[in-house]
Write a protein that binds this ligand. Structure first.
Ligand code: CLF
Ligand code: SF4
Length: 478
């Protein structure tokens, strides 16, 4: 007979164990992503399937923006890079292998890198991203090297192979290419089998699904249901990014990118079944820094490749890193208190608002949880949905060009049309500072711009702003 005390404390332990795994992982914890950094090491060039949204000249689009290339590294070079950068950027908490091809299509390099990392940087979380075809073959290695976080891209669960065949022209299986529905069915079967093996072993699985309007959009709620059955921790719905110049099949055939509104609709349709990730930035296979920033250009191979292991181990000062992480945790605790827990994950409109009416609020930030970025410098906006009761984080939106290029690159042009298009369904913009000209421009899309929340905690500011403009509390007369 089971004892309820034991089972509830076991339950608490399990939850604590999961919390410990995600607390400082910037992708698995939305709360961590403004405070902790990740690094990707590009040691895995080959791939064993073809996706129609991928051009092999570039990085694996399952975890990256198409059209971006990363320079490849050997395992030793990769580990040297991690030690060097982990010493420089002490917020670094996770190292991932996310391409430029598929991590498990390059098992030797992938596991050699993880093995060395486990020895040299034991405080880092290890993370791997794959299309799922070969998980079953490498499950023992994944467990052996404590790879606690695995991302599997799964775009359809259609057992007929019909949808899959529109996404994957072939998969490489048992030494030959298998085309069409037959290949798609093999991939799905191996993905489901692999995900189950991972979750059965207590590995936290995140599933990525690329939203391809007209191809798999209707199937994504079925994907979410299946992921829930398989105990997947998080579901990340990523928009298809498609342009002819990416040279992908979809791009060349004119299949359009998924819009922000289509992503929001898919999130709405899938969010009943699965915990969703909304803060992914589709980063590159050699990304460095906080999610949303890319500092890879700051660290050339020359800066670390000729350093000895002794020099690198001296630079990668674990005690100093622990101190930095303790400072971050204190700051996060203070922010949580200031934000007064008014953010609810995956809340319904009625949980957010007593009337069911909600507003969208865009925020510019340079990280650390406050409204601390000048409008002119913003190339991305955090989008919140808010009502009088609570708020929720919806997504980030990127723009190609910031409004202001800075004194060195200024050519007198101020690209505002893309920003207006990106924020056209938003009601309020909170920013550290904004000039009169862009504010006037944004008025034309009925966007209220407010810089009075500069340097204040984001979540509390979003809630206060919607109350200020849209949900005014009745004041007693007299
Ligand atoms: Fe990298 Fe992926 Fe690990 Fe994160 S990214 S391997 S889980 S450490 Fe994160 Fe980048 Fe999105 Fe990936 S924001 S693309 S979800
Ligand atoms: Fe490209 Fe990644 Fe698909 Fe392989 S799994 S074809 S690298 S997107």
């Amino acid at each position: 007979m089971s004892c309820s005390c034991t089972s509830s404390s076991t339950q608490t332990n399990i939850q604590q164990e999961v919390m410990d795994k995600i607390n400082n992982h910037p992708c698995y914890s939305e709360g961590a992503h403004q405070h902790y950094a990740r690094i990707h090491v590009a040691v895995a060039p080959a791939c064993n399937i073809q996706c129609n949204y991928c051009n092999r000249k570039y990085d694996c689009s399952n975890e990256s923006r198409p059209g971006v290339t990363s320079s490849k590294l050997q395992p030793i070079e990769a580990v040297k890079k991690v030690l060097f950068i982990g010493g420089e950027i002490q917020q670094l908490s996770v190292v991932g292998i996310a391409g430029p091809g598929d991590a498990l299509a390059n098992p030797k390099k992938t596991f050699e890198t993880f093995k060395l990392l486990q020895e040299k940087a034991p405080d880092l979380k290890l993370c791997l991203s794959t299309n799922g075809l070969r998980i079953a073959d490498y499950i023992d290695e994944i467990v052996k090297y404590n790879i606690d976080h695995v991302t599997v891209t799964i775009n359809t669960v259609d057992e007929t192979g019909e949808i899959g065949s529109q996404i994957y022209p072939w998969v490489h299986w048992e030494h030959k290419k298998v085309f069409g529905k037959k290949g798609a069915k093999i991939l799905l079967q191996k993905q489901l089998e692999g995900i189950k093996m991972l979750t059965d072993r207590g590995i936290l699985v995140k599933a990525n699904s690329v939203l391809i309007p007209g191809v798999n959009d209707k199937d994504l709620p079925n994907v979410a249901k299946k992921l829930k059955e398989l105990n997947v921790f998080l579901h990340n719905i990523m928009p298809l990014l498609s342009k002819a110049e990416f040279g992908t099949k979809f791009g060349l055939e004119g299949v359009p990118s998924a819009t922000d509104q289509e992503v929001m609709a898919a999130q709405e349709a899938c969010g009943m079944d699965m915990k969703l990730m909304s803060h992914c930035r589709q980063c590159r296979a050699d990304a460095v820094g906080l999610i949303g920033e890319d500092r890879s250009d700051e660290f050339t191979n020359e800066s670390f490749i000729n350093l000895s292991w002794e020099e690198l181990e001296g630079k990668y000062d674990i005690a100093a890193r622990q101190q930095k992480h303790a400072v971050i945790e204190n700051w996060r605790a203070a922010l949580d208190e200031a934000n007064q827990k008014i953010k609810i994950e995956q809340a319904s409109k009625t949980q957010l608002s007593s009337s069911g009416e909600t507003k969208l609020v865009a925020v510019t930030t340079a990280g650390e949880g406050t409204v601390n970025l000048h409008f002119g410098n913003a190339t991305e906006f955090l989008i919140y949905e808010a009502g009088d009761r609570a708020i929720k984080f919806v997504m980030h939106r990127k723009v190609e060009n910031a409004y202001c290029k800075g004194p060195e690159d200024c050519d007198g042009s101020y690209p505002i049309e893309e920003i207006k298009n990106t924020l056209k369904d938003c009601d309020i913009l909170l920013t550290e500072k904004i000039g009169a000209c862009p504010m006037d421009e944004l008025k034309s899309i009925n966007l209220i711009c407010d810089d009075s929340f500069a340097f204040k905690p984001i979540e509390k500011s979003v809630h206060e702003a919607v109350k200020k403009y849209f949900f005014k509390e009745d004041k007693e007369l007299g």
